[in-house]
Ligand binder design. Structure first.
Ligand code: MN
Length: 149
């Protein structure tokens, strides 16, 4: 990456010399129709910048962890759960996901939802909700209606 200071944008939210990757290994955690591109990874900065794209009808994993996320939506519309709040999001909205907040993104508007996500380079492994935690989340009807697993 470091040898090429400028990697030009390509059609379809792709970038020169950036691979289109699976979101996670199949079977590692529940998700539907999500891709990942690793745009920057800097040991000096201690962070990575990724671009995720959730295809229409898809969703990221419902998870929580000690590390935080800073997200900016780049394309499409959809929704996210952060903590106990479900919010519609669209282009250029900023989403901060604090430590240990349950979070999930869904492409609910019949179009792809693409977003940048900044994250620590070294980070803990995400936790998935236990059966009891699923039940606690579903106690709120708005959350129950939103979350997928
Ligand atoms: Mn996460």
């Amino acid at each position: 990456m470091a040898e090429q200071p400028v990697r030009k944008a390509q059609p379809g939210f792709r970038w020169e010399a950036v691979d289109l990757l699976a979101y996670k290994a199949e079977g590692e955690a529940p998700f539907k129709d999500v891709t990942r591109q690793r745009l920057f990874a800097s040991a000096a900065l201690g962070c990575e910048l990724r671009y995720f794209e959730v295809a229409a009808g898809g969703h990221s994993t419902l998870e929580r962890h000690a590390h935080e996320h800073a997200v900016m939506v780049l394309r499409g519309r959809g929704g996210c759960l952060v903590g106990e709040r479900v919010t519609e999001v669209g282009p250029h909205d900023l989403v901060h996901i604090p430590a240990w907040h349950w979070h999930q993104f869904r492409a609910t508007a019949g179009e792809s939802l693409g977003f940048l996500c900044m994250v620590n380079a070294e980070r803990d492994r995400p936790q998935l909700p236990s059966a009891a935690e699923w039940a606690a989340l579903r106690a709120d009807p708005r959350i129950a209606d939103f979350i997928r697993g």
